[in-house]
Design a protein around this ligand. Structure first.
Ligand code: PLP
Length: 390
């Protein structure tokens, strides 16, 4: 066989959907990871905005041990603990008046939102409008909601009922809301698309438009939610309250759990049998989420993210090789003034820093929300060195 860089490694039995970096992580603690050779890395990625409390947080570890020795799973045909508590906390953090469905991932949380919009919309009202550059997941429906046509090509035909408009273009959105549209789905900051904040004016305009046209404003907080942006929710920066909110990544601090929240009047469009998930909200996942949310509230992680995010942004802004910095809180994008972001990210990895090349020319930085200034100094020193190399 010829050496084909896109074929699966001959020694791996994993499908070649990822091209993993040549590092095997075996342990984590707080803002650090260790590889199989014992090398330590500063983690400015948090498993893609997942481990917001850092790796191996003792409260989450303790909750998992407790749950696994008590009851992992009994199915949603029965009531279990502590899903109710997690749902009530999420509802309170979202301003109250809503109901929650638990999923196992961000894509599934969005699937729930899309199905809910269709059920709420009723016959003939099924459309979802989202933005170019967005990311909403990899299932067939959420892939179509994802406004990146190149990702669609190989998987046509995709489920119908999705339409995309230019990001931050209110006029385009207005034209796209035709009578068959039930909902608008947007991220407060486009994460996978390159770290592009929506802005107050846009979100306020979307809210007004959705009210005028009687369609749902659904906000995908899978990456931005739970303190990452310096507020509990990204939409809070813009003062616009959505009808539906999806959350996942940080909710279990590494344990797969997601949720779809909706205003009660909207959520009640679902009847028993309309939607479901074998694992969704099971005691193991809900225990992790409960522990994560308790620590997040105790430590007030949004204010930590705001303070540390400002510190990190300041470091980046003064760095030669960085043209501009964008984002909110600890969800930052650094546009490089020259050089290839992927090469810079791999040089960082070689030197003990994990960052993500979110576009060809920009790095994404999303450290744990509990990151210390010391670790920010350590990480940015590595980045500065990597940027200075030819
Ligand atoms: C990561 C992400 C998703 C998909 O979440 P999965 O858990 O990978 O399914 C959806 N929306 C946004 C905004 C994301 O960042």
């Amino acid at each position: 066989m010829t050496a084909d860089p896109v074929s699966a490694s001959p020694s791996s039995h994993l499908m070649p959907t990822y091209a993993p970096a040549p590092v095997t992580f075996v342990r984590g603690e707080g803002s650090y990871l260790w590889d199989s050779e014992g090398r330590r890395y500063v983690d400015f990625l948090s498993g893609l905005a997942v481990t917001s409390l850092g790796h191996a947080h003792p409260a989450v570890a303790e909750a998992l041990c407790q749950a696994s020795g008590t009851l992992l799973h009994a199915s949603n045909l029965f009531k279990t603990l502590p899903g109710e508590e997690v749902a009530s906390t999420l509802d309170r953090l979202l301003g109250g008046g809503g109901l929650v469905f638990f999923s196992n991932s961000g894509a599934e949380a969005n699937e729930c939102a899309i199905k809910l919009a269709r059920k709420w919309g009723g016959p003939g009202r099924y459309g979802v409008v989202s933005a170019y550059g967005s990311f909403h997941g990899r299932t067939l429906a959420t892939l179509h909601a994802t406004g990146q046509p190149a990702k669609h090509e190989a998987f046509q035909p995709l489920p119908e009922g999705f339409r995309h408009v230019a990001w931050r273009d209110l006029d385009a959105l207005e034209r796209a809301i035709t009578p068959e549209v039930a909902a608008v789905l947007l991220e407060p900051v486009q994460g996978e698309g390159g770290v592009w904040p929506a802005g107050r004016e846009y979100f306020a305009g979307v809210r007004k438009l959705c009210d005028e046209r009687g369609v749902l404003f659904m906000v995908d907080e899978v990456q931005t939610g739970l303190g990452r942006t310096g507020r509990w929710w990204g939409f809070e920066h813009y003062g616009a309250r959505p009808d539906v909110v999806t959350v996942a990544k940080a909710l279990g601090n590494g344990v797969p759990v997601g949720a779809c929240w909706a205003r009660r009047e909207v959520a009640e469009a679902f009847r028993p049998g309309d939607h479901g998930s074998t694992f969704g909200g099971q005691p193991l996942a809900a225990s992790a989420a409960r522990a994560t949310l308790r620590v997040m509230e105790e430590l007030d992680v949004p204010s930590l993210a705001a303070a540390r995010g400002a510190y990190l942004a300041e470091r980046l802004e003064g760095m030669s090789g960085v043209a501009s910095v964008r984002g909110l809180g600890l969800l930052l994008g650094a546009e490089l003034s020259g050089g290839n972001a992927r090469e810079v990210a791999s040089r960082c990895l070689e030197q003990g820093l994990i960052v993500n090349a979110v576009t060809a020319t920009a790095l994404r930085l999303e450290p744990p929300l509990l990151v210390g200034e010391e670790q920010i100094d350590e990480g940015t020193a590595i980045l500065e060195k990597a940027l200075g190399q030819p």
